[in-house]
Write a protein that binds this ligand. Sequence first.
Ligand SMILES: [Zn+2]
Length: 308
Amino acid sequence: MATAFITHPDCLKHDMGAGHPEQPARLTAIEDQLIASGIDAHLQRYEAPLATDEQLARVHPVEYLRAIREAAPQTGRVHLDPDTAMNPHTLDAALRAAGSAVLAVDLIFQNRIQNAFCSVRPPGHHACRARPMGFCIFNNVAVAARHAIHAHGIERVAIIDFDVHHGNGTEEIFEADPAVLMASTFQHPFYPYSGTEMPAANMVNVPLPAGAGSKHFHDAVTQHWLPALDEFEPELVVFSAGFDAHIEDEMAMLQFKDADYRWVTEQVKAVADRHAKGRMVSMLEGGYALSALGRSVVQHLRVLAGLN
Ligand SMILES: [Zn+2]
């Protein structure tokens, strides 16, 4: 069965201003590498729908959804936090990003695809229940997990977050929720300075020091993530796929290489094959060095698509 590649032109129109690292060119850098690598021919493309309020309200209070709709400007740009702004296209981009998560889950449970990568922005893992933060507005992976549980009746979802930043929003949404196990690595101490203070039992958080590279990452995955994932037996795996721990990414100070994204995807795919019938949804989070981002996504996608 196929691997879906889900995106939408609206995600290119969300623009937080010249010089902002979370920029439309991130998605075109990914598209360029899909073509350069030849992997594009192996993917099934879908356009992301708009998420509905019902789908979003499984994660965010309706008051928050109303506040975001009211904040959306007709012209110009408004800031939601120092790093996160909306232009007139941002609301639709954010609804498409969350909607891509819903579509990915539906296609998988309808047995129309094996797995999916959602090349969307804004990202989501810093978005808390009732607060936008760190380039994020709606928590896309949380929307995916809750949709799988509520619309498709599964009981256990694993969230894998290898972004260089801790997914504080996802942790806030799911801490102590027995339906979700979250496994993550992140640079620490570093923005958003969370994830290490007595995490809940369903949070497998592995902080990594500045300068850590492949060896640290592989040890974290094999010693901490994989045993917890096998014990949890997820029925669906959702990736918070951020590629900003790459050595070429100047957003942070970890030193992952292209091949590490292939390796971690292989490890997690083996878990998904053992417990979840291979069901995986991957949502783009960070990744700001454009060439490294595109190449790393290709490494990730090669494993999802079952290519060598
Ligand atoms: Zn990040």
